[in-house]
Design a binder for this molecule. Structure first.
Ligand code: BGC
Length: 472
């Protein structure tokens, strides 16, 4: 456990943790919104006599906005900087959270949630990108995963807010409106934060870049190493078309596959529908809601484990072990619903399986997807490539969340969970054979690796090419 804490003390100045926390407020907005809406909808429905279609549109408009936001911020993060894109995202969230709280009808609410989505889509990837670009390599995994930690903290906070306000008049307005607080905190906090040193170096602002690195890195030799690495990569010209070129294609495939698998193993069916799944098992409404808070808590606890250990043991081991956990728990859920004998013998098995499922996601695909897409792309393509992976992730989030109940109708509960388990198996095979280790290397070394060059040193040993890395 001491790996991250020990290395962090040696590598980083305290300001870096303030910076990572402020930047990760973007993740908090993402999580808060994901978590709050399921509870709020229960009260929005009678308040506006909303139809099923309108309720779906209230959820879906945010996801749609997030896709547009992710694409737009791929451009903004370059043009106006990571820092100012994050300030903008906080301001938009602040305004749109208040608008949604004061909405006078479903149309206004749908519009406000589309705008909120623009902010959430932006925040979802500019936060990990900004942190990855500033962090010393040896603690990059843990620091970038602060963002995932804030996502799950946001989800848990939303469950708690839903729980606390459920008996208060006009409660859904409070549930949605309270999101304005982390929104403004992000905007104000980011105004006080520096630019990404990589973004500065790309623009020839070397002195400013060094000043930023000096504010956060403890070791001066690591500052010069980083500056030289970044300069070398910046010097290599490239164009946007390289994104589909042969050098970057393998990494784009890894990024997109992680984006898709992260969603199609069914994570958001659990996040959005945990109470529904627990009701399938025969739980009462009130105990289903209490058990859901427990699931949210498990998500936070295991994300903390990932933050502490990802840099020590590497990304691959967590990805693989986590995915095995997902498959096993999905198989158990399938068995539970398919075999009445099992259901009667161990009535709590579904809850246990859901907890194992969420813990496995929290140590594996949850943080590793966001972390890896901030590490594997070359600097000049990082914004558009991350935007592409993020938009794909949101699109599949939309697809899976909206097909879950129909899938249960068509395939039954057992069939649905077995289908997710089969997807998990394909994911596991892909991860085992195609995903490289990125731990302990500078972003520039990773870039050199993916271009197939053997170069540089990391922790005193030669960096192998990507292909030879797999399975190490
Ligand atoms: C995923 C979200 C998910 C959350 C749950 C994130 O990494 O991208 O879709 O809701 O984790 O923990």
């Amino acid at each position: 456990m001491s790996g991250f804490i020990h290395d962090a003390g040696k590598e980083a100045k305290p300001f870096l943790f303030v910076l990572a926390l402020v930047a990760a407020l973007g993740g908090f907005l993402f999580g808060y919104d994901t978590g709050v809406i399921s509870g709020a909808l229960l009260f929005i429905k009678p308040a506006f006599h909303a139809s099923a279609f309108q309720l779906q549109a209230i959820i879906g408009s945010l996801l749609l906005g997030a896709m547009v936001g992710a694409v737009a911020s791929g451009y903004l993060a370059e043009a106006m900087s990571r820092k100012w894109t994050k300030v903008l995202s906080g301001c938009i969230y602040f305004g749109a959270a208040l608008w949604s709280a004061f909405a006078s009808g479903t149309t206004e609410l749908i519009a406000a949630r589309f705008i909120l989505g623009l902010s959430v889509g932006t925040a979802s990837f500019v936060a990990p990108m900004y942190i990855a670009e500033i962090a010393p390599r040896r603690i990059r995994g843990g620091l970038v995963s602060f963002n995932q930690l804030m996502i799950v903290a946001g989800i848990l906070m939303a469950y708690i807010v839903d729980f606390l306000f459920k008996g208060v008049g006009g409660n859904w307005r409070w549930m949605l409106g309270l999101g304005a607080i982390p929104g403004i905190a992000l905007a104000v906090g980011m105004i006080m934060m520096p630019h990404s040193p990589r973004w500065l170096l790309e623009r020839g602002r070397d002195d400013e870049a060094r000043a930023v690195l000096e504010r956060v890195h403890r070791r001066s030799d690591s500052i010069e190493d980083e500056m030289n690495d970044i300069r070398r990569v910046v010097a290599q010209e490239g164009s946007l078309r390289d994104i589909i070129g042969p050098r970057v294609r393998p990494m784009l495939i890894v990024g997109l596959a992680l984006a898709i698998f992260q969603q199609i193993v069914g994570i958001n069916t659990v996040i959005y529908y945990a109470p529904t799944i627990l009701r399938f098992t025969g739980s009462s409404v009130s105990s289903a809601i209490t058990q859901t808070v427990f699931i949210g808590l498990t998500n936070v606890i295991f994300t903390v484990v990932a933050v502490l250990l990802l840099d020590r043991f590497g990304r691959r081991v967590f990805l693989l072990v986590g995915t095995v956990g997902l498959i096993v728990s999905l198989l158990v859920l399938g068995l539970f619903f398919g075999a009445p004998g099992v259901r009667h013998a161990v009535p709590d098995l579904a809850l246990i399986a859901l907890i194992v499922y969420i813990a496995s996601f929290a140590i594996g695909l949850g943080p590793v997807f966001w972390l890896m897409i901030s590490e594997i792309f070359p600097l000049h393509l990082r914004s558009p490539a991350m935007a592409l992976c993020t938009v794909t992730n949101w699109a599949f989030n939309f697809l899976v969340s909206f097909t879950f109940l129909s899938l249960v109708g068509a395939l039954g509960r057992t069939g649905t969970f077995l289908l997710y388990a089969a997807v998990g198996l394909i994911a596991l095979t892909f991860f085992a054979t195609r995903v490289p280790e990125t731990s302990g290397r500078s972003l520039e070394e990773i870039e050199q690796q993916l271009q197939g060059k053997r170069r540089g040193k990391s922790r005193g040993h030669e960096v192998p090419a990507v292909g030879s890395d797999v399975g190490s």
